[in-house]
Design a protein around this ligand. Sequence first.
Ligand code: SF4
Length: 95
Amino acid sequence: MALKIVDTCISCGACEPECPNEAISAGDMTYVIDTEKCTECYGIYGESQCTGTCPTESIVPDEDNAETTEQLLAKFNRLHPGQAPANTDSWTKPQ
Ligand code: SF4
């Protein structure tokens, strides 16, 4: 599933540059994650890159946008055409 940023976000912006899919941007009150771009870092890194950067632990799984690894891979392929997926064997789903 995509991740989401909840309202405890203090808009520090630490997460934004970490996203390989440019899924994170500044919103009105908090930073936001574009569900259409977040692959939970599947296909690129072995774990999500943004969650560990957040000082207020405000980046969490979006239960309303649950996705299988097949769906995440399809999203990766759409975002990165021609690029081979990496680290899929070691990928750990964000908790
Ligand atoms: Fe971007 Fe990965 Fe965070 Fe999703 S989990 S918003 S792809 S850094």
